[in-house]
Design a protein. Structure first.
Length: 259
């Protein structure tokens, strides 16, 4: 999708230059880039990207390293980000319970929210074992390919899911990845019925995951929590053995969110 496509697909009342600048910031949030790489990725003229980056650097939202000739996020981006408090309450409630769950299961526990069609990690309690899943707060993964993403997507109606995936190709990461929208919708129906979702090596070969949605006082899915483990440590009873303590933690968070 080009920058122009992104702008046109979300409504008419957009300021093109502002939209482009924000798209550049999203790109920089994933790592440092050269001017030419940014222009090529976003399919924008070099002159336009150069001007936008100049403005972002001037305002402190981006920074330029003359040694590597790359751009990255500036301190102002971090400062503004600290003003977002949308998930701080749930992280504060969840993290102590996640750390205990990681010790109890011996596996990595993650908390995430849904942003469009991406699963965004907002808190992580790492496994105490040497061999473990490695991820980071702020990391984004395609929702269709991971257990947490499917747990979050299941909180939407089928029509909303279909709308979000309109003209989107479901990327394949392993032989087990869902790449068909009809199949994804069927899987989400199972998640709604069962109350949990699984990822059986759908994103990474050698890693399994089980996730449960977290609902607020109104019953809306506001986050998801998962336990992830290397496949060799997942015996035939792993799903049931993991679901019980994970569901208990999620219920405790749900109870606190209601009060």
């Amino acid at each position: 999708m080009t920058a122009e496509d992104a702008a046109s697909s979300h409504g008419q009342n957009l300021v093109k230059s502002a939209d482009r600048a924000l798209i550049i910031l999203e790109l920089l949030s994933r790592g440092r880039h050269r001017l030419s790489d940014i222009a090529e990725t976003l399919r924008l003229p070099l002159s336009s990207v150069h001007g936008l980056l100049g403005t972002l650097v001037h305002r402190g939202f981006a920074e330029f390293d003359p040694t590597t000739r790359t751009y990255g996020l500036g301190l102002k981006a971090w400062t503004v980000g600290q003003g977002y408090t949308g998930h701080r309450d749930i992280v504060g409630l969840a993290l102590p319970l996640m750390e205990r769950l990681a010790q109890q299961t011996g596996e990595t526990v993650q908390l995430s929210r849904l942003d469009g069609i991406e699963n965004v990690y907002i808190a992580i309690a790492e496994s105490p074992q040497p061999m473990k899943l490695v991820s980071a707060v702020g990391m984004r993964l395609p929702a269709h390919s991971v257990a947490l993403g499917k747990a979050l997507l299941a909180g939407l109606s089928d029509d909303e899911v279909a709308a979000r995936y309109e003209d989107v190709k479901l990327e394949r990461f392993t032989d087990n990845t869902i790449t068909d929208l009809a199949e994804l919708l069927a899987r989400l129906d199972e998640v709604r019925r069962d109350g949990y979702s699984v990822d059986d090596e759908e994103y990474i070969v050698g890693c399994r995951c089980l996730a449960v949605p977290i609902r607020d006082h109104a019953g809306e899915v506001v986050a998801g929590m998962s336990v992830s483990a290397p496949t060799p440590r997942c015996g035939p009873d792993w799903t049931e053995a993991t679901k019980a303590p994970l569901t208990e933690v999620v219920e405790a968070i749900h109870h606190q969110l209601r009060h």
